[in-house]
Design a protein around this ligand. Structure first.
Ligand SMILES: *[C@@H]1O[C@H](CO)[C@@H](O)[C@H](O)[C@H]1NC(C)=O
Ligand SMILES: *[C@@H]1O[C@H](CO)[C@@H](O)[C@H](O)[C@H]1NC(C)=O
Ligand SMILES: *[C@@H]1O[C@H](CO)[C@@H](O)[C@H](O)[C@H]1NC(C)=O
Ligand SMILES: *[C@@H]1O[C@H](CO)[C@@H](O)[C@H](O)[C@H]1NC(C)=O
Length: 287
């Protein structure tokens, strides 16, 4: 039997496709407290607005601690001659020109790196009293885990899940009812500020199993599903045998009845014949 398997390779080899899928499915999230959580390598929008006041002829500055992230002042900005932008952000930050008239001072940072994580401030220097807003950026949200079958026999399958994200990452396997499955000890490695977790479990039933990656301190949870078909104990041979036996017995019964009837009829015929002969004999023997 052929079992559908999802492989990891497409996730690992085509990060751009993954990025697109993720930005389309909206992994980026800004919670009410102003925290934006994204995967490493994705593009992120940091929100800021000045309550609908047209900003085309105003100015705003984005900073991260002492670093200048992006500045705008009456048509001049960091990508158009305005100096002072930190090296880390050069060529990676843009504003939304068409949104300025609606008071929207949001910026987009491309290809987010772990170093981009931190607290950002959006400031309108021309506005009195000073208006500022803060956004916390967390880079390192776990992307969809990679799940696959690494071993399968007729009675069991060994499933593997690979996930990565900032170090509070927790990974577990569950069945379609949400029951957590016992798993082997996870293999954890840390690299470039991210932890990489591989978790294997053994399943013995047909079901859709999910690997769930959770990052509690950034309120992030993401999962991948895999459909596993385990061949149930093979009953078809028995069923066929039983059906054959029933048919055979039924056939035997029918044949038996027919034969019995024939024999009975034959016996009756013989008896009549015999009786007739006896009568004739006794007639003839009569004096
Ligand atoms: C500002 O513009 C960005 C990019 O178009 C958009 O995602 C965001 O929702 C806008 N914010 C507001 C408050 O309109
Ligand atoms: C994103 O940044 C990383 C590290 O800075 C770099 O290796 C990679 O090539 C960049 N990707 C894109 C699409 O620019
Ligand atoms: C979440 O917790 C881990 C481990 O406690 C820590 O390394 C990480 O920086 C935390 N992330 C945030 C955004 O607080
Ligand atoms: C597994 O998921 C598929 C759709 O992906 C669904 O058709 C099927 O009924 C599910 N099976 C179980 C056992 O939940």
């Amino acid at each position: 039997m052929v079992h559908p398997q999802r492989t990891c390779s497409h996730m690992e080899l085509l990060p751009l496709v993954c990025l697109c899928l993720l930005s389309c499915s909206g992994t980026t999230s800004a919670d009410p407290a102003g925290t934006v959580v994204v995967e490493k390598g994705s593009d992120v929008i940091l929100p800021c607005s000045n309550n609908g006041v047209n900003l085309e002829t105003e100015s705003f500055d984005w900073t991260k601690g002492q670093m200048k992230v992006f500045s705008y002042a009456v048509g001049q900005h960091s990508n158009k001659g305005k100096t002072g932008q930190a090296e880390q952000f050069r060529g990676r930050v843009s504003h939304f020109e068409e949104e300025l008239k609606h008071g929207n001072a949001s910026i987009k940072i491309t290809n987010a790196t772990m170093a981009d994580s931190g607290d950002y401030t959006c400031d309108f220097p021309g506005v009195h009293p000073a208006r500022k807003s803060d956004v916390k950026l967390v880079v390192g949200a776990a992307p969809e885990p990679c799940v696959k079958t690494v071993f399968q026999t007729e009675t069991l399958a060994v499933l593997q899940c690979k996930a990565h994200g900032v170090p509070d990452l927790e990974v577990h396997w569950q069945d379609s009812d949400g029951n957590k499955l016992p798993a082997e000890e996870p293999q954890v490695t840390e690299r470039g500020g991210l932890s990489y977790i591989t978790l294997k479990t053994t399943v013995t039933k047909t079901d859709n199993f999910s690997c769930v990656a959770t990052q509690k301190n950034i309120s992030h949870r993401i999962s991948s599903e895999i459909n596993i078909k385990i061949d149930e104990p093979d009953n078809t041979g028995w069923i066929v045998a039983v059906v054959f036996i029933i048919l055979f017995v039924a056939y035997g019964a029918v044949v038996g009845v027919v034969l019995y009837k024939r024999i009975q009829k034959h016996k009756r015929d013989m008896k009549q014949l015999k009786d007739g002969a006896t009568e004739k004999l006794s007639d003839g023997a009569r004096p």
